[in-house]
Design a protein around this ligand. Sequence first.
Ligand SMILES: [Zn+2]
Length: 134
Amino acid sequence: MSIETKCECRHCGGHIKFEVENYQAGMVVECPHCGGKTALRLPLFFEYATHIRIAVFIVLFIVAAIAIQSHFKTLNEQFDRTAAQAQKGYGNMGKAMEDAKKKAAEATADLAEWNKKLSGATNETIIPQSSTNH
Ligand SMILES: [Zn+2]
C-alpha cells in the first residue's frame, strides 16, 4: 500500500502530491503548478515515523517480554504441580510395592509351611517303609 502525502512548492506555495515510499531526502521535483524546481519535504509525522516505529517496537518488545515471562512462570507452576503429582504417584507405587513384597513374603512363609507339612507327611509315609526294612 502506497501512502500519499503532499508538501508546498517553495515558489508558488502550491501543493505537490507524492508517495512516501518514493521519497528520498533532498529530492528535487518540478512543480506541477509553476514549473519551478522545488525540494520535496516530508511532513513532521513522516520525519519522525522511524522514531515512532522504534518506540512502538520497544513497547511491543516489553509487552512481549512480560507476556513470555508470565507464560514461563505459568509453565513452571504447571511443571511443579506435575512433578508433585508424579512424586505422589511414585509414593503410591512404592507403597503398593511394599504391600506386594509383604504379601510375597507371606506367601513364601505359607509355602515353607506347606513344604514342611508335606515333607512331614512324606516322612510319615517313609517311616513305615523304613520300619519294614528292619
Ligand atoms: Zn510551484
